[in-house]
Design a protein around this ligand. Sequence first.
Ligand SMILES: O=C(O)CCC(=O)C(=O)O
Ligand SMILES: [Fe+2]
Length: 424
Amino acid sequence: MEFERQESISVEDFAENYLKLNKPVLIGLSATSEWRARKEWVVATKDKATGHINETPNYDALLELFGDHTVTVAHCNQKYFSDQERTDMKFKNFINKIKNKQEGSMTTQLYCKDWHFVLEKPEYVAYTTPAQFSSDWLNIYCQSKPNPDDFRFFYMGDDRTWTPFHQDVYSSYSWSANICGEKHWTFILPGQNHLFTDSFGNTIYNIHDYDKLRYPDFEKAKKIELIQRPGECIFVPSNWWHQVENRGVTISINHNWCNAYNVTNIIGRLHFDYSNVVHALRDIQDMDGFLEQCQIVLKAENGMSHSECISFLLYIASVYLDLANDDESEGEDQSENGSDDDDYAIDPSSGFRPDASFSIAYADPYFTSQPSIIYALSRIKKAFEMLVDGTGISNIKYKPVFIPNLLETIESTTKEIDSVLSRN
Ligand SMILES: O=C(O)CCC(=O)C(=O)O
Ligand SMILES: [Fe+2]
């Protein structure tokens, strides 16, 4: 299978052909051409050997911007469980290590990853999210929290740094834009997990160097490979396994995100991870508080408990219900800011601040059109159903527990969704 490339693509075509079909695509330079990061973080240099013009990091600009920040750096030659060993260091020390070896042929194998640079320096607007990726429920929700966090990252790695074989957190999508350097991506087509999973559930760490006795059939796996160049942007679909290698010092910006098209995958993954936790803790199944314990372990190992997932969905539901009701009451008297805060079905004890205006400002108009609102609400309803039924949990005897009142709030929110769906 060939990797698809689109020089530029409308939001609607992207939704129809890639979000809906959950297929990867590479978008050409159009998405990033105006970014400050593309203009200020790179310099054009002439390759001594070939005479070609290359884009390399503008170390001085990067040092001035971020030098004193602390970043997490992976040591790509040191395996740590299913990931790489990581340490914290000042960004300036990281840059100096990479810079000072430049004359030699060696690589430091150092890879600065998952750095929340927007949260740390919001006043420096390095980029704008391409419209195709702007229906981003995960980041909208994270930024609405009393202590906002996010899934917006800065990556910078020396030549030959790499990211082990994985699928993305929570079955989210990712988009990743290259600022300089090249990324070599390998995607394994969906439906082949059995080829890279052993009988204990362990998956391959490095697809270019793995134990052929343990994974004898992996060489038969169907894959797609792609080289991503500076300024190009890649869409990584939900649940697709992939590995990435950098060629040349490489900088990228990426988001993990989700929306109406993959929200049910988020629940499927939560239930898969939960089933594994129930299984891992099987020796204490008869203990009091077993189900609560499972939620604590689920949160610690996978980042999200059931209650948090529900709070996330309730928040997003409140945003879309507000949009739907605003639309409905167009022309009627509205409150000053055009929204009606009393309409939120969110549980106040969850501590989340409904702020529909944030999401409206953030998403491309295509994603807030009436058909998109209806589609989103129907997918949220489906996700609630899966949560309540325990769809995908391997041993339904151990249905997950939620914090008190969440079930009732799901019920009342579903009723509100139904009333919107029935009038459309
Ligand atoms: O760029 C990398 O090293 C990894 C990026 C990745 O895995 C992703 O964007 O999903
Ligand atoms: Fe990834």
